[in-house]
Ligand binder design. Structure first.
Ligand code: URP
Ligand code: ZN
Ligand code: ZN
Length: 466
C-alpha cells in the first residue's frame, strides 16, 4: 500500500515546513515535493492542514479493576476514541492487585488488547508487590518488551507498595535500564484526612481535593526523589497537578536525579470549581491527584511551555456517572477516581495551547508525541516524521469547529467531562503504519490492525548509585 499526503504543513518537535510525504509498506518512504504518482494507491490533499506525527498517550487505563468496579472502556471503544482524537499509540498501565502474579497480569492485560486494538499499544508493568519471586518475573516481562514499570505511592491496600518494595523495584529498574512511572501522594496523609472529613460529615465530591491537598502530592514526589537519588533509577512522575509537586521534582533534577514529568489534560483545562457542581455532578471531576485551583493551571501551562514538564498525557480512567461514580454518593472516598479524556487530549491541547498562543506547534508535538516516544523507547519508530519512521500521521484541520458531547464521543462513558465545550480543530485523517484508520474525523479502520510495541530499556546509567 502506497500513500501520498500532499501539500500539508509538516510539524515535528524541531521543525515545520511544507512537504509531501510518501508512505510505503507502513513506513515513511520519502519526504519531498512533486513525487511521481505512478503506483500510488491513494493521494491525500492536506492543503491548509497540518501533518503531525501520530500522537502518543503514555498514561492510559483501559482494563482497570478499581474501587469496587471496572473502568468502562475496552480496547474496541478506547482505541477507536484514541484514533478519532489523533492518538495512534497508547501505553496502558497494567494494574495487578497484590495477589496477582506479574506474568499472569501481563498476559491478562495483553489478552484484552490483542485483536481488539485499532491503534498500536504498549504497557507499563505495574508493581503492587515485590517479594522473592518478583525480580525474576519482572526480568522476563522486560525481555518480552515492556521497558517501564509503574508504582503507586497511594491507594493503600490496593495498588500501593511499601518503602522496601519501592527500594527493590527502583534498584532492579536501575540495573535493567528501565524507567519507573510513579503516582506520588503520601497515602497515610490521604487516609487520615479522608477519615477526618467523613467523620465531620464532609461527604460530597467537593471534599476530595481537601482530602489530598498539594502538600500531600509534593510529599509523595519528594519521597520518590529520595529513593530515585539513592538507587540511581530513572523515574517519571505521572499526573503532576501543582506547583509544589513539580518543584519537588525540579529540585531533585537540579541535584542530578533522573526525573521526567508528566501532567495530564484535565489539569490544564479544568479547575476545582467543577468538583463543587451541584447534584453530585462534581463526582465526574474526581480524580487523583485532584484538580486544583486556577492558579495551578497557569503554573502548569508555564511549566509545559518552558520544558520543565516533559509530556502531556490523559490518565484516561473512564467510569460512568450512573452506577459507577454514584457508588460514592454518600461518601466521596468511594467515588471511582478518574476522568475519561483519551479522545480529547489532542484537540484540547491544540485549542488551549496552540490556538490560544501558549505553545507553538513544535512544542505541541513534543509534548503530545515526541517526548513520550523518547522517554519510553519508541523513538524514532514513533513520535516523529522522518524517513524510516512508522507512517503514523495525523492530517489536522485547525479550522474545524464542533462540540464535545457524550452523545457523539467514542468513549464508552455515559458522560463527557467537557460536555458542550466548543471543539476548535480536529484530526481529520489518521494513519497507523500507513493504513487510514480515520477519515473525515470518523473511524473507518479495523480492530485487528493495532500492534503490541516491544520496547527495550533505554535508561542505563554509567554512574554508580549513591
Ligand atoms: O484518578 C485517577 N488518576 N485514576 C486512575 C488511577 C490513577 O491514579 O492513575
Ligand atoms: Zn495515578
Ligand atoms: Zn493513571
Amino acid at each position: 500500500m502506497t500513500l501520498l499526503i500532499r501539500n500539508g504543513q509538516v510539524v515535528t518537535a524541531s521543525d515545520t515546513y511544507q512537504a509531501d510525504l510518501l508512505c510505503r509498506d507502513g513506513l515513511i518512504a520519502a519526504i519531498g515535493r512533486e513525487f511521481d504518482t505512478t503506483g500510488v494507491d491513494e493521494v491525500i490533499d492536506a492543503s491548509g492542514k497540518y501533518v503531525f506525527p501520530g500522537f502518543i498517550d503514555p498514561h492510559v487505563h483501559i482494563h482497570l479493576p478499581f474501587m469496587g468496579t471496572h473502568a468502562k472502556d475496552d480496547y474496541v471503544s478506547a482505541s477507536r476514541a484514541a484514533l478519532v482524537g489523533g492518538t495512534t499509540t497508547l501505553i496502558e498501565m497494567i494494574c495487578p492487585n497484590r495477589q496477582e502474579h506479574p506474568e499472569r497480569a501481563f498476559e491478562h492485560w495483553m489478552s484484552h488488547a490483542v485483536g481488539r486494538s485499532a491503534c498500536d499499544f504498549s504497557f507499563h508493568m505495574g508493581i503492587s508487590r515485590f517479594d522473592d519471586s518478583t525480580a525474576a518475573a519482572l526480568r522476563r516481562i522486560v525481555a518480552a518488551g515492556v521497558a517501564s514499570f509503574k508504582v503507586f505511592l497511594a491507594y493503600q491496600g490496593v495498588f500501593g507498595i511499601d518503602d522496601t518494595e519501592l527500594f527493590r523495584t527502583l534498584s532492579l529498574a536501575r540495573e535493567l535500564g528501565v524507567i519507573v512511572a510513579a503516582h506520588c501522594e503520601n497515602e497515610t496523609l490521604v487516609a487520615e484526612r479522608q477519615r477526618q472529613l467523613i467523620v465531620a460529615g464532609k461527604t460530597g465530591p467537593e471534599w476530595h481535593e481537601p482530602s489530598r491537598p498539594m502538600a500531600v502530592e509534593a510529599a509523595g514526589v519528594a519521597h520518590l526523589m529520595t529513593f530515585a537519588e539513592l538507587t540511581g533509577a530513572a523515574v517519571y512522575v505521572v499526573h503532576t497537578s501543582c506547583r509544589p509537586a513539580v518543584e519537588a521534582a525540579l529540585a531533585a533534577r537540579r541535584r542530578g536525579v533522573r526525573v521526567s514529568l508528566e501532567t495530564v489534560i484535565p489539569y490544564l483545562v479544568l479547575d476545582d470549581s467543577y468538583a463543587r457542581l451541584p447534584d453530585f455532578e462534581g463526582a465526574k471531576y474526581v480524580m487523583s491527584p485532584p484538580i486544583r485551583d486556577r492558579s495551578q493551571q497557569e503554573f502548569l501551562w508555564n511549566a509545559v511551555r518552558n520544558g520543565e514538564i516533559d509530556c502531556v498525557a490523559t490518565d484516561h480512567a473512564p467510569f460512568d456517572f450512573r452506577g459507577q461514580k454514584e457508588l460514592g454518593r454518600d461518601d466521596f472516598t468511594r467515588i471511582p477516581n478518574g476522568i475519561p479524556s483519551l479522545e480529547h487530549r489532542v484537540d484540547l491541547l491544540y485549542d488551549h495551547g496552540v490556538r490560544r498562543g501558549r505553545i507553538d506547534p513544535c512544542r505541541f508535538v513534543e509534548l503530545a508525541s515526541t517526548r513520550a516516544a523518547k522517554t519510553f523507547g519508541l523513538f524514532p519508530r514513533k513520535g516523529t516524521i522522518a524517513v524510516g519512521s512508522d507512517a503514523d500521521l495525523v492530517v489536522y484541520d485547525p479550522d474545524y469547529q464542533g462540540q464535545f458531547s457524550a452523545s457523539t464521543h467514542q468513549m464508552a462513558t455515559d458522560y463527557s467531562a467537557f460536555e458542550g465545550w466548543p471543539q476548535h480543530g480536529r484530526s481529520e485523517l489518521v494513519t497507523v503504519r500507513g493504513r487510514v484508520q480515520v477519515r473525515d474525523g470518523r473511524f473507518v479502520g479495523t480492530h485487528d490492525h493495532g500492534e503490541f510495541l516491544r520496547r527495550v530499556p533505554t535508561h542505563h546509567s554509567a554512574n554508580k548509585p549513591v
